[in-house]
Write a protein of this length. Structure first.
Lengths: 470, 1183
């Protein structure tokens, strides 16, 4: 922190002024979207339609239209659910954990990763509700007063999951909206269109940018960061526990909570990279989201990738050391040599081998290479959930029950539709919201350039000195 | 049921006749006195209703009709008017708000139905209570004594008759599945048919009788039936023969005739009648063929085989937790293919089909040598033939017994020397031809020499059934020669089971077929008379000499059909035979068929003798005499109807479990054949063996979805047949399971068939199953689903014109490059070193038991004690239900699976869903082969060849798995909705209407016994078609029927009538599983509270335990220390609980190890001598 003045990631180009920053960032909101955006948005919306079509058929015909079976009772819905939850976790890492660690370079990217969090959790939160046999009675999983005096069973990890997800989603949305308020006021003040003026005005909740506003805002923001940080770790640990509570070889492991959290950050940052690279080039944000930012994300990604690799090794060792034929069968035989060995190989390749290139600085600073690696990690992390979720169920205790899980055509609708839904929301948001936090980016770019270490409290206070409407 | 709104009650009063008719239909003729509905409303009630309505602003004219006086109404109107005049805004809002609310309230469709109860309750019926009928059904021609459970006149479950010595309360797969055949929508429903060109037109019964009667008046008459054994049926046959003197010929037809056996016995003993084989009286069984699934053996043989296999107690009562126990019978199987018997045999010896006779004479030679008897000269040459048999491993290789032939001989002789009996048996669909006579001669020689003739092989001479021992072929030959003018076929389908006879059938001038559908034979007929199902008709049987069982209808006929016997009698009457003519009397009352709603054909109304009367008369006459009963006629008849079985004094000996009567049942006969016999030549190249399908038998039940979905006991394949191939041949030809090959048999066109590589199959032997590949539209819609789906129509009968079938056919196969996924319910066939289905060697088990005793499996020092550091959580103050599964007697027959289907309304999911692993069976039988094998093994050829070699001599364990009702059930805590919970009788309950369908319980169940309703399976007759291609299927269905599910897939009336009303039909999206038939255990409350006593052991049983032919499943109360289940569960060193030590699930089900009564191998001896390191380590780890 003491080196913040030297940090290339927080160094502004000399020509940047507060007005130019605002203009740059909100420019897309006042322009008719280009054809490319329309193409992407409509494609994503179409895929969202496919998701809901598949879900409608699930309700009409039965969940049998998907590939899940006995013994693999959880498939695509749950795999993809954990995948998107993981994406969300990384967003919270940037928005609150890095905030608490005073990593101010995160100001350049926190808006987009927060948006990613909110949209990913929207997709993810939907899936456990969709995957039940009778989705129309999902509300039974909530503790609500009813004349049968029935409660959900609090011993069930699924109930923990329900609370974790709803709590996390609520917090994420509020945190996201809170961070938007000063920027919404800025847009309100710049907007010419009366409708835009009215909508942004309403959303800005009467923000005036007074010192009092800022004081309350700062305090609330920090408090939400404090709430969100343990919540996200706990939430994803709960998801991990959902599986770890089960007695299925391949699920029943105490290492799962840290394993899942690090894996989530690993995959989520990869997703963030995949989103940031086209975003910065399309919106000409290269001055704000620099290669240094991307490199830092890559470094965290590499760290998490190493943790994940460690867990892979640990699981194998534990299985071997346990002498349990069931654990050994799962880890030492089924995963590397069984019918789904290709899925396991994909996971290892994408999550263990490919990220090792990030040790090389030139790779970390090469945008194309980063995107390729990030895409690989995304694929690898989806397969990691697939391997954990499905391969464990495919070959559990009694060999007579072993089975095989494969997608039905409707599973593809669900998988593609989840991406469609995420990108519909994300693409929609980039047209109505500032993709970089105007207020926060100014706080780091418009400070006097320091060549020596300064007191951290100075830099902290810096934000209050810049009027967002400048 | 009539549906009427209560405001129309007056109309009901006005039309009493209509109610009477409707209710009569619903209640099978019970007459009802209609009760005017208006009476039910007294003036008080009416006034209360009016008040309510008035308060709600509904004072209208209808109140008047319900008892309001005009004055009261006026006052109401005045009150209302008084409220209305000064209508201000607020008042207007109030009234319009109320109006909106009540308008909405009126939207609900809550029209009260009119329920019409029985005015006169039928005799013996209590609403809501089941009525049971004792009757007799037939499985491939063999009678099975059953009890049928009916609700409101609908049979819903078939169970074994506990009074019948051959059923002992147990039942087999085919007989139980007969229930589904009763309600089969594909049965002929609309009366008789006459051929018109290529199709059939419906005619009336009178027209049919006139036409057939006219044809019968002159010319030769042939009658082809199934096996006939009942006294009344035999009498009918005699009467028919008398009605058409010198021009009547009868033959029994069976898909699996026992010709070779009859011929051999004729040669050996001069008596061609077929004997009965009793495994329960034998200590040692040597079998040349599949004793359990051959198509000619049935429930009785399975039950008796169970008695042979069951571990015997060393002395009475000494079995309570006692370590040392007596042995069990020994089974030595010689066979070319892996058969059901092969899976349970102690010693299984692979022999090529043609060399079975050589092997049998080899055993006979060794026995004869020991006893100093001479073999028939012609057989002695068999001893010269070189047989390459895998030697028996073990220390007695030194004693010169490593040859399986010498080993079998020594075991047989040992039994003889100990004064016990043995049984040598040969049979099977393809072991009845000319080429098998020498094999059956060897069997006859062995049985005669060992003194089994008359004890374990009981011949009944002429008193036995009229079965197919070759007469059918003679009759059909007469047809081919044009000597038969009218042929009546009843209860047989020769055109399917012997396609070569179609030409003969076509030569007959008038072919009349009595069948329940237009089957392959009926399709050739001039006239088709639809017959009744066994549950709708009268009849009788003599299962074994002196064991008479009665068949009575349990439901009035569903459709416009007629008993086959009555058809025969009506034809004879129309032909002028006086014997069956009766004075015409009007039918009274007019019976209506249940579903068709048509008046039934009744013999009396047509001047024909009643078949029911004939059965009754025969029984009162002949059977009563035979049984030596002193009762009066009426009592005798009522007792026979009630028990369903009457035992002649000669057969009345008790044949209950374990109380075998070893007295000779028929005189022993010397073997006296000395003539020539031909031993089949040694095979070369691939040889195709045709066997009876273990699931479909003769193919008559191919339209039965329960049986289609029932896994083959050996391969676990459902919904399809296949070509079984030896692992060695598959390796040599580079063929894998599910590859499609073209099978070409000399003299027949090749056809495509999917391959299943079958462990244990002798190299060079292919096996194809008979009973499949019925013609399009002949068996029914369910049967048609199979072959049409991927172009397979595999009828093994069509491969050869020979009858009986030859031992093997020369065949060649060629790869097609295509694959076809056979729907296999078992995921993996090897235990991969996991302690799942355990076995032990009898000869060294005592030592193991002692070790096991040293390693108490509990920390509290007591066997079966508490190994949990948390202790037990649950108290079971009353009963605690549990089960013991004896893997030693389980023969993998699936009777439990079918019983569960019927009892618990378990739906059928269809082939596509089975492929996906979505089978719904609440109980399944896992079948494991010894060793370990990766089907897709890659690697050097030598490695793969070694693996293939290892798979030729595998040992098998059958392990029935149902819900283990764990005390610490992994499924229970993970359910978020509290839909699965534990009750205080130890049962893990599933609350269907609370289930959301998260499926975590299924994932977390280590036994994978939970089943999920992926679709609304109960709606489909045989599962959703093309479930694997939802897009195609749904789009096609939407286009054709406007619904996502095709109408052709949906369940058809009257299948709903079969559902057990005690059990919920589960909805799509909910989990279900075995609950130990909770509807049955609940019934004990009535007994215990009503009679103030605790139930006795065995008084309540789950459907599976009740039906298990070999008593491998034993159900009872674990809180009762004297119950059989507790005694079995405590067998030290033998009983164990599945996955309990690994997961501490504390199941309520105990497994008893499979006991192998064979010499221990050197490895096993070594392992037993030094307490295995791994075992000790494992056990200390457990503690």
């Amino acid at each position: 922190m003491s080196t913040i003045g030297n940090d290339p990631a927080t160094a502004a180009a000399p020509e940047l002024t507060a007005a130019k920053i605002t203009d740059d960032i909100i420019a897309p909101l006042f322009k008719f979207p280009p054809l490319a955006w329309w193409g992407a948005f409509l494609t994503a919306a179409g895929l969202t339609g496919a998701l809901f079509l598949a879900f409608a058929l699930h309700c009409v015909e039965g969940i049998g239209i998907f590939g899940i079976n006995s013994p693999v009772g959880w498939g695509n819905y749950i795999v993809t659910y954990v995948f998107w939850i993981g994406i969300a976790v990384a967003g919270t890492l940037v928005s609150s954990i890095l905030f608490l660690f005073r990593q101010r370079w995160r100001n350049a990217i926190n808006r987009s990763t927060e948006a990613m969090t909110v949209f990913a959790i929207s997709v993810a939160g939907l899936f456990p509700a969709l995957h039940t046999g009778r989705p129309w009675v999902d509300y039974w999983l909530m503790p609500y007063p009813n004349d049968l005096e029935l409660w959900p069973q609090f011993k069930s990890p699924i109930i923990w999951d329900v609370f974790a997800i709803t709590g996390y989603a609520t917090t994420s949305v509020i945190f996201f909206y809170l961070g938007l308020i000063p920027d919404l006021a800025t847009i309100r003040d710049r907007a010419k269109n009366p409708i835009q003026k009215m909508v942004y005005g309403a959303l800005a909740m009467g923000w005036k940018g007074t010192a009092s506003d800022w004081r309350h805002y700062e305090r609330a923001y920090a408090q939400f960061a404090w709430i969100a940080t343990p919540l996200v770790l706990g939430m994803h640990s709960t998801i991990a526990t959902l599986l770890a509570v089960g007695d299925v070889p391949g699920w029943h492991a105490t290492i799962f909570p840290p394993y899942f959290v690090s894996g989530a950050i690993f995959g989520g940052l990869a997703m963030a990279l995949v989103l940031l690279v086209p975003l910065r080039s399309a919106f000409k944000f290269e001055q704000y989201i620099t290669i240094d930012h991307l490199e830092r994300l890559a470094k965290i990604m590499l760290t998490c990738g190493l943790i994940v690799t460690y867990v892979y090794i640990c699981e194998f060792f534990t299985a071997w050391y346990s002498e349990s034929p069931y654990e050994r069968g799962q880890f030492l035989w089924y995963r590397p040599f069984g019918a789904h060995a290709w899925a396991w190989m994909t996971m290892i390749t994408c999550n263990v081998i490919i990220p090792q290139f990030l040790w090389i600085r030139s790779v970390r600073r090469n945008i194309a290479a980063l995107v390729v690696i990030a895409l690989a990690v995304n694929v690898g992390m989806w397969f990691e959930r697939f391997v954990i979720g499905c391969l464990s169920l495919e070959a559990d205790h009694l060999p007579a029950n072993w089975g095989y899980y494969s997608f039905s055509s409707w599973d593809w609708f669900i998988l593609a539709g989840s991406f469609g839904m995420f990108f519909t929301m994300f693409l929609g948001f980039i047209r109505v919201g500032p993709m970089i936090s105007i207020a926060e980016i100014k706080s780091i770019l418009l400070q006097p350039q320091r060549t020596h270490a300064s007191h951290p409290s100075d830099s902290n206070r810096g934000v209050t000195e810049i009027h967002p409407d400048a | 049921m009539t549906k009427t709104y209560w405001k129309n009650a007056d109309e009901l009063v006005a039309a009493p006749a209509e109610i009477a008719t409707a209710s009569a239909d619903a209640t099978l003729g019970a007459s009802v006195a209609p009760k005017p509905r208006g009476d039910e409303f007294g003036p008080e009630v009416a006034r209360a209703i009016a008040d309510l309505r008035a308060r709600h602003g509904h004072a209208n004219a209808s109140c008047e009709s319900e008892g309001n006086t005009p004055a009261e109404l006026d006052r109401l109107r005045d009150d209302l008017r008084a409220a209305v005049p000064g209508l201000n805004r607020r008042g207007f809002m109030q009234i319009s708000g109320a109006a909106a609310v009540f308008a909405l309230a009126a939207c609900g469709k809550k029209h009260p139905d009119t329920l019409v109860p029985w005015a006169q309750q039928p005799e013996g019926t209590t609403l809501g209570n089941a009525v049971y009928y004792s009757t007799t059904l037939r499985d491939s021609g063999q009678p099975v004594g059953v009890v049928v459970k009916t609700y409101d006149g609908r049979p819903i479950k078939i169970e074994g008759n506990i009074d019948h010595p051959l059923s002992r309360g147990r039942c087999d797969t085919q007989t139980q599945a007969a229930l589904l055949n009763l309600y089969d929508p594909d049965r002929l429903q609309d009366g008789p048919h006459q051929r018109e060109g290529e199709s059939f037109k419906p005619i009336s019964w009178d027209e049919l009788d006139a036409a057939v009667g006219g044809a019968l008046k002159a010319g030769n008459v042939g009658l082809l039936t199934g096996a006939i054994d009942g006294p009344a049926a035999k009498r009918l046959l005699l009467d028919l023969a008398a009605a058409f003197p010198k021009r009547f010929m009868h033959a029994a037809f069976s898909a699996f005739p026992r010709v070779g056996e009859a011929q051999a016995r004729k040669l050996a003993f001069g008596d061609a009648s077929l004997p009965v084989y009793r495994a329960d009286l034998a200590e040692v069984m040597v079998s040349f063929g599949d004793f359990l699934g051959s198509g000619t053996t049935g429930l009785a043989e399975q039950i008796e085989f169970g008695d042979l296999r069951r571990l015997k107690t060393s002395s009475a009562g000494a079995d309570r937790g006692d370590a040392k126990r007596g042995g069990c019978g020994q089974v030595i199987a010689f066979e070319p293919t892996m058969s059901q018997l092969g899976t349970v045999a102690d010693v299984r010896v692979r022999v090529a089909a043609e060399q079975l006779a050589v092997a049998a004479w080899g055993v006979a030679g060794a026995v004869a040598k020991q006893l100093g008897i001479d073999l028939p000269a012609s057989a002695a040459k068999a001893l010269d033939a070189k047989l390459e048999l895998k030697p028996i491993d073990g220390p007695h290789a030194d004693a010169g017994q490593s040859s399986p032939l010498a080993f079998a001989a020594s075991r047989l002789l040992a039994a003889k020397q100990a004064g016990k009996h043995s049984l040598v048996w040969a049979g099977g669909a393809s072991q009845q031809g000319e080429d098998s006579v020498s094999l059956h001669l060897a069997v006859a020689f062995l049985n005669a020499t060992l003194g089994n003739e008359g004890v374990t092989v009981v011949s009944s001479g002429d008193a036995g059934p009229i079965a197919d021992t070759g007469a059918a072929a003679e009759l059909l030959k007469a047809c081919a020669d044009g000597q038969v003018d009218v042929l009546i076929v009843a209860g047989a389908n020769p055109a399917y089971a012997w396609p070569a006879c179609v030409a003969a059938l076509k030569k007959v001038k008038t072919l009349v077929v009595l069948a329940d559908r237009i089957d392959e034979t009926a399709a050739l007929a001039g006239f088709v008379a639809p017959t009744l199902h066994g549950l709708e008709s009268w009849g009788d049987a003599e299962a074994r000499p002196g064991m008479y069982s009665l068949q009575q209808p349990c439901i009035p006929p569903l459709w416009d059909c007629r008993a086959a016997e009555e058809s025969l009698m009506a034809f004879a009457v129309a032909a002028g035979a006086a014997a069956f003519a009766r004075e015409k009397t009007p039918a009274n009352p007019t019976w209506i068929s249940v579903v068709a709603r048509k008046p039934l054909w009744q013999a009396a109304a047509h001047g024909v003798a009643s078949w029911q009367e004939m059965v009754r008369a025969t029984w009162i006459d002949a059977v009563k005499k035979g049984s030596g009963s002193a009762a009066d006629d009426r009592s005798f008849w009522n007792a026979a109807l009630s028990r369903g079985v009457v035992l002649a004094a000669s057969a009345g000996a008790k044949a209950q479990d374990g109380e075998a009567d070893t007295k000779a049942k028929s005189p022993a006969k010397p073997f006296r054949y000395t003539g020539e016999m031909s031993l089949p030549a040694a095979p070369a190249g691939l040889r195709l063996v045709l066997s009876a399908s273990r699931t479909m038998r003769d193919g008559a039940n191919l339209n039965n979805p329960w049986l289609q979905e029932m896994p083959d006991p050996v391969s676990k394949i459902t919904w399809d047949t296949y070509l079984a191939m030896s692992p060695m041949d598959a390796h040599d030809q580079g063929i894998r399971s599910n590859d499609v090959v073209t099978l070409t048999v000399a003299g027949a066109a090749g056809f495509a068939v999917p391959v299943h590589v079958q462990e244990g199959q002798h190299p060079g032997t292919l096996e194809l199953f008979l009973g499949w590949g019925r013609d399009q539209d002949r068996a029914g819609k369910v049967a048609d689903i199979c072959p049409l789906h991927d172009g397979f129509r595999i009828n093994g009968f069509a491969l050869t014109a020979q009858r009986p079938l030859p031992l093997a056919l020369e065949a060649t196969i060629a790869k097609t490059g295509k694959t076809y996924e056979l729907a296999n319910v078992q995921g993996h066939d090897y235990m991969e070193g996991r302690p799942v289905a355990l076995d032990e060697i009898l000869s060294i088990r005592d030592r193991e038991v002692e070790e096991a005793e040293q390693w108490k499996n509990g920390t509290d020092g007591k066997a079966g004690g508490d190994i949990s550091m948390y202790g037990t959580h649950h108290a079971y103050p009353g009963h605690k239900w549990g089960m013991a599964v004896d893997m030693n007697t389980c023969i993998g027959c699936n009777a439990c699976v079918v019983a569960c289907h019927a009892e618990n309304n378990v739906p059928v999911v269809g082939r596509d869903e089975v492929r996906k692993g979505r089978v719904m069976h609440w109980i399944r039988i896992d079948r494991y082969y010894s060793g370990t094998f990766d089907r897709d093994a890659r690697g050097p050829i030598a490695v793969r060849e070694k693996q293939a070699q290892a798979l030729l001599d595998v040992e098998v364990v059958n392990q029935p798995v149902m819900c283990q009702q764990c005390e610490n059930a992994p499924c229970e805590p993970v359910c978020p909705a509290n839909a699965t919970m534990h009750n205080n009788e130890g049962i893990s309950l599933q609350v269907y209407n609370r289930c959301v369908g998260t499926r975590y319980c299924a994932n977390n169940c280590p036994y994978k016994v939970r089943r999920f309703n992926w679709y609304q399976y109960s709606q489909y007759r045989a599962g959703p078609v093309d479930a694997g291609k939802p897009l195609t299927r749904i789009v096609t269905n939407l286009r054709t029927s406007g619904a996502t599910s095709s109408q052709s897939e949906l369940s058809h009336a009257p299948l709903e009538m079969m559902l057990n009303p005690e059990v919920t039909v589960r909805h799509r999206g909910v989990m279900e599983k075995c609950n130990f038939c909770i509807q049955r255990t609940r019934t004990i409350r009535d007994i215990e509270h009503g009679q103030n006593r605790r139930i006795k052991d065995g008084e309540v049983k789950t459907a599976c335990a009740q039906t298990c032919p070999t008593k491998a499943l034993v159900f009872g109360d674990l809180n009762d220390p004297d119950s059989e289940v507790v005694i079995m569960s405590k067998r030290t060193g033998t009983a164990y609980k599945l996955l309990d030590k690994e997961l501490n699930t504390r199941p309520s089900v105990s497994y008893l190890k499979r006991v192998r009564n064979r010499p221990a191998t050197a490895d096993e001896l070594g392992a037993a001598a030094e307490p295995a390191e791994g075992q000790a380590a494992g056990k200390s780890g457990e503690g």
